[in-house]
Ligand binder design. Sequence first.
Ligand code: GTP
Ligand code: MG
Length: 240
Amino acid sequence: FLEKGEVEFKNVSFSYPESEVPVLQNLSFSVKSGETLAILGSTGSGKTSLFQLVPRLYDVSEGEVLVDGKNVRDYPIEALRKGIGVVPQEAVLFTGSISENISWGKEGAVQEEIVQAAKDAQIHETVLKLPNQYDTRVGQRGVNLSGGQKQRLSIARALVRKPKILMLDDSTSALDLKTEAKLLEALRKYACTTFIITQKISTAMEADHILLLDDGSIEAWGTHEELLETSPLYVKIVQS
Ligand code: GTP
Ligand code: MG
């Protein structure tokens, strides 16, 4: 659905349709195919809003978002929805089985693909311990899962579609460092361009680029080492 998964923001500003307040101001950056971008910033700085502009959950107010050199407005919405895996900040499960929850949005997913996605998302072992394993019902009338387990199921849901662009909105916040490291390692073979909103410096350190947002503007851009040199705010976050 997408060719390479390169993403470029060109002078992007954004305010929500019903409001005048600018949430993102004049953002420009680009991420190459297969690279990982970590997005950091305090609550309300605009991280989730930035995410939403790539699959066109919202449209920019000014500027352009390009995927593989083409304005996202010029793609059929289906291509964006299928080529971009968005794992939202609040994982949503449907009433249905684990398998159905993982394969949702991908018609014709076979069990092996579902299990592979679950393994890569580091949720397979947990699923095996459930009363009916992959047939266990979750959601409103099903078994209760923890926040971190729901997060991993929703990562598996994105992975089963083999997206060219994967967007994780704080999706690893409830994971311990070891599980998160395994997850990030497993993501490598998907070779997708990855946007990862995170509060953890350990995650940011692994990324090709870090974008530090402050009140809707880019406060700093670079690698961990570069930001230590150039951004007092980044240093403050590292030390906190
Ligand atoms: P955390 O998830 O708390 O870390 O924050 P964030 O960095 O993801 O911020 P987000 O992009 O959600 O919000 C940025 C700004 O946009 C804040 O001032 C929000 O109040 C505002 N905002 C977020 N969602 C909406 C919305 O649906 N409508 C309007 N009008 N404003 C919104
Ligand atoms: Mg957010």
